[in-house]
Design a protein around this ligand. Structure first.
Ligand SMILES: NC(=O)c1ccc[n+]([C@@H]2O[C@H](COP(=O)([O-])OP(=O)(O)OC[C@H]3O[C@@H](n4cnc5c(N)ncnc54)[C@H](O)[C@@H]3O)[C@@H](O)[C@H]2O)c1
Length: 385
């Protein structure tokens, strides 16, 4: 298949591009490299140095004989560039990762909120118009997040909810109550994409992905140029990645508030597996399909306890610190999110075992000297902006 990976220079995009290329697909990467700029704004650096996208792609061709095409440009500010890529590459599948991915970034102030929503919402709108114009049959696999739902006091369904109201029945998108301007941008995307499926007959799979952890895939370990951009800082890092970096460095784990916040999680290997399953089993024309993409639920306290236990086994005392919650969120709540659609399609999950944490611990330890301790403390407060 011809597969376009939008955001292919990122944490998930680069491993996804290598994964599909290694399976013999014709892969192209599109990226504006804007994430490298956003990182620079906050002085955040990936734990392991990341090569330029050109070096990665050249090295991949040298190592495997497979070519990954590269398109550098911004999908939100340059729709003509995107039209041109879609027209020339004629993708059968588009995996759309190309968005600003951080909740704290979006809550830093007006410019950051506007930048997040402009970049994410307009980029996705431009993609819809580009496809309607010259590749209406292409299947979009769009990365959304479980955070779109928030923490409702009822079970979370996979995208759609069958309701009976005043004796009549209908099927509606599951009501969303997101917790940041970033998560809101994903809700807006979902609404726009559902509309494009309904009105123009586009085909879209919206993946409400949980929090991803992990550094390694079979391809990222092949060469130092193939590592992916693992973040541990309080702006771009995800929680388990950050906890392991804190533990290895003897920094108390920063649990926000009571730590009862429960979310869906998945290994980066399962991101690859789920995206592949979605690409191989496309939505129908006119169908807006939603999958909840995670394998296990944990509270923040659960994760801290796992890291503490693994640390103990490795001879390191891990201190857990409950700090004032910079976010506005429920710290104890009901959480039961359905996630059976990928299992029904054959997903073989990589669960969070102590061995998985120990392996990440070792990789982090090898790169310990690069950790900037000040970057793990959260500075961005939801209330103040
Ligand atoms: N990492 C997670 O835990 C997680 C969880 C749920 C959802 N997601 C979503 O998955 C996607 C990928 O996440 P990630 O962690 O790899 O993020 P990332 O920031 O590492 O990768 C995103 C890539 O998209 C590019 N990009 C952003 N805006 C662009 C634009 N306008 N034009 C072209 N390129 C652009 C960036 O330069 C970057 O390389 C994001 O949409 C994110 O919201 C991630």
């Amino acid at each position: 298949m011809r597969i376009l990976i939008m955001g292919g220079d990122g944490y998930l995009g680069w491993p996804t591009a290598m994964h599909f290329s290694s399976k013999g697909h014709d892969v192209a990467i599109l990226d504006s490299l804007v994430k490298r700029y956003w990182e620079a704004e906050f002085g955040a650096e990936p734990l392991i140095p990341v090569s330029s996208i050109q070096t990665r792609v050249r090295g991949w061709e040298r190592a495997t004989g497979r070519k990954i095409q590269l398109y550098i440009g911004d999908i939100s500010t340059n729709h003509r560039f995107l039209y041109d890529v879609i027209e020339r590459f004629q993708p059968e599948a588009v995996v759309h990762y190309a968005e600003q991915p951080s909740a704290p970034y979006s809550m830093f102030g007006r410019e950051y909120c506007v930048e997040t929503q402009r970049n994410n919402v307009v980029g996705t709108l431009n993609l819809m118009f580009a496809l309607q114009r010259s590749a209406p049959d292409a299947h979009v696999v769009k990365l959304g997040t479980m955070g779109e739902y928030g923490t409702p006091n009822i079970d979370i369904e996979e995208g759609w909810l069958d309701i009976t109201h005043n004796g009549r029945q209908d099927r509606v998108l599951f009501p969303k109550k997101p917790g940041s301007f970033y998560h809101l941008s994903k809700v807006h995307d979902s609404n726009n994409l559902e509309f494009a499926c309904r009105i123009w007959g586009l085909r879209v799979t919206d993946l409400n992905q949980g929090v991803v952890y992990g550094i390694e895939t079979p391809q990222t370990t092949m060469d130092k140029d193939f590592v992916t951009s693992f973040h541990y800082d309080a702006v771009f890092g995800t929680v388990l990645n950050r906890f392991i970096v804190q533990a290895v460095n003897g920094i108390p784990l920063t649990v926000y508030g009571k730590g009862g916040q429960t979310r869906g999680f998945l290994n980066i290997l399962d991101t690859l597996q789920c995206v592949e399953l979605a690409v191989e089993n496309p939505a129908d024309r006119g169908e807006f399909r939603v999958f909840n993409q995670f394998t296990e639920q944990f509270s923040i306290n659960d994760l801290a306890a796992i890291v503490q236990r693994v640390g103990k086994g490795l001879g390191q005392d891990v201190v857990v610190d409950h700090i004032a919650n910079p976010r506005v969120e429920l710290e104890e709540h009901y959480y039961n999110a359905k996630h059976s659609k990928f299992s029904d399609m054959g997903l073989q999950p990589h669960l969070l075992t102590d061995d998985v944490v120990a392996r990440m611990w070792e990789t982090v330890r090898q790169n310990q000297a690069r950790v900037h301790h000040s970057l793990v403390q959260p500075d961005i407060k939801w209330k103040q902006g």
